[in-house]
Design a protein around this ligand. Sequence first.
Ligand code: ADP
Ligand code: MG
Length: 254
Amino acid sequence: MTCIIAIANQKGGVAKTTTAINLGTGVAAEGKRVLLIDLDPQGNATTGSGIDKSEADAGVYDVLTESAIIRAVRVISPTSGYDVLTANQHLAGAEVELVGVNGRETILKRALESVTDDYDFVFIDCPPALSLLTINGLTAANYVIIPMQCEYYALEGLTDLVDTIKRIKSYLNPDLEIGGLVRTMFDGRSSLSQQVSDQLDTHFGDKLFKTVIPRNVRVAEAPSYGLPVLVYDKMSKGAIAYRSLSTEFLTRFT
Ligand code: ADP
Ligand code: MG
């Protein structure tokens, strides 16, 4: 059975893409077959997986507009050990183009049915909005993983996201569950971070991954080389943390 994981948070810059790339890489390194779907028009998961966006002429847009099947447009990441369904410049228009299309919320879910035998895990990197693209991601998924920066406004946004997840669960995808929350870019010296982290622990208990991803400059540098930090600098604090997250993830999901 393929396990499909949406990585979502409507806030930008909370490390959704970084988590998608490095969890994907870490899980693939353990011998699992992984597909990463870049559902953000910015295409950061595509470039961060070592793929030139301008050369990725077909990708998730073509799947969403039903002009291509996943098997025809997926590409192999040269750096990360997984396959990628790329985002290209057209994806920004998909939102508008799909208005009026019947079943537009379930296109990705239906498209994935044809490749479920090919993968153990599919990670979907969602855009920073509760948009039709994100809804497609959440409707296709079995679980959602929420990366969180431990700062004051983080908790406010979380309520909206949890409401959206509940709505999608009741109308579109009864199987959807919160698979976990990940504390990212964590600054252990900040007492606010510590307080927010404690609140997350109280509210989410076992759903909160024990692994905490620290703020680490090597993590920020890696994408400019088209590499996951797990490959760019294996022994950096960021890579060690993402390896540990991958192990914890596999314990939870296999
Ligand atoms: P999102 O996909 O949620 O918008 P990104 O994964 O693109 O977030 O991360 C936002 C920025 O923060 C990027 O420049 C990324 O390289 C950087 N970043 C992510 N995680 C870390 C970390 N642990 N330490 C330092 N910088 C990080
Ligand atoms: Mg992103």
